[in-house]
Write a protein of this length. Structure first.
Length: 360
């Protein structure tokens, strides 16, 4: 989606109806665009994240401010809401327009046998569609998209250029897949025999449920048997690796360069920070937060925040991190204590030796 340079004016009354909250200022005042707080001008809607204060640089007039609590010294209109960032995300949709897309099917596509295509689609030149593929209504396939045999693509799916969806995969509705992503590549399965690596056929598939977004260059491997599953509402950043038979639960967030090894299951509302790695055959409970660059080698109970490699409770990790800068000094103090202890032991030994009775 792209933002229009300036939208038709939207009144604060309309915005309040959209996001709720208490309006401080004239209901008939209007905004015509959105901007970050630093760049917002007289016609812009912006927000102040909960828990943050307004810096002096932000005192210039703006169109309207979404804020968690009223700012008595701020002269511009305010909409007081529980979650300003969420309200801004909802309001921002009002100022965005989808890029124009040519509807229809380009003649320069490869279309296999027994393909079913829904209404009002946009399929660009250079798309390859295998045999027995089902494509829903209002689907957009940009140039270079490959869809293998026996795939099912739901309604309102948006697939950007050069995406590969291998044979036998199922994509739900309202899914967005960004460029370079590969869904259904072979899982990394081998067995060793007499020093050689024998490939295990990967006979399963991939299921991507509704309202999932996959960033650029994501890889979701097909299952050995059964399916690798990305459940409803999950959002995955660029360059994430999902191995065979992984199950990613509903409404997860996986940040860039996360790697999840085979047969690991993530619960609901799990958040995994960038560059974190999860070992195979783990169970990650609901509402777990895994910090960036963590190494997860064991299963995790629900409702935890963990950090480090191997992971530990986040509070413990912070205490350990606080000690690290002091290690050189602590090492020197330890050496000094060892030297003092050695001298004391030598002195004690000498004292005992001097007190021994002399033989006649």
């Amino acid at each position: 989606m792209t933002a229009s340079p300036k939208s038709a004016p939207v009144s604060l009354r309309e915005l309040q109806a959209l996001v709720g909250g208490e309006l401080v200022g004239p209901a008939d005042a209007t905004v015509t665009g959105i901007a970050s707080l630093d760049l917002a001008g007289p016609g812009d809607l912006t927000f102040l994240a909960a828990g943050r204060g307004l810096k002096p640089i932000h005192t210039a007039p703006i169109g309207a401010l979404l804020v968690a609590r009223r700012l008595p010294d701020f002269s511009s209109p305010q909409l007081i809401v529980d979650n300003p960032a969420y309200a801004f995300a909802c309001a921002a949709q009002r100022f965005f327009v989808p890029p124009p897309r040519v509807r229809g099917i380009a003649p320069e596509i490869h279309r296999g046998k027994d393909v079913v295509i829904g209404a009002d689609v946009s399929i660009w030149a250079g798309v390859t569609i295998g045999d027995r593929v089902s494509i829903g209504s209002r689907v957009t396939l940009f140039p270079g998209v490959f869809i293998g045999d026996d795939c099912i693509i739901g309604d309102d799916v948006l697939v950007y250029p050069n995406v590969v969806i291998r044979e036998g995969c199922r994509i739900g509705t309202h899914v967005i897949i960004h460029s370079g992503t590969v869904i259904g590549s072979d899982g990394f399965g081998y067995v060793q025999h007499q020093g050689r690596h024998q490939k295990i056929p990967q006979l399963g598939g991939v299921i991507v449920e509704d309202d999932v977004e996959l960033g650029a260059n994501v890889t979701v491997d097909r299952a050995t048997f059964g399916n690798t599953v990305i459940k409803r509402g999950t959002k995955i950043d660029n360059l994430v690796q999902i191995a065979h038979n992984v199950v990613v639960g509903e409404d997860n967030i996986l940040v860039a360069q996360v790697g999840i090894a085979g047969s690991t299951t993530l619960g609901r509302h799990v958040m995994v920070g960038g560059q974190a790695g999860l070992a195979d055959h783990l169970q990650i409970g609901d509402q777990v937060m895994i910090a960036a660059q963590s190494g997860v080698t064991r299963s995790l109970e629900p409702n935890q925040i963990v950090s480090g490699a191997p992971v530990m409770p986040h509070a413990t990790f912070l205490k350990a991190q606080a000690v690290i800068p002091q290690l050189p000094e602590l090492r020197q103090r330890l050496r000094e204590l060892e030297e003092r202890l050695q001298k004391l032991e030598q002195s004690r030994a000498s004292s005992k030796q001097s007190r021994r009775p002399k033989s006649k």
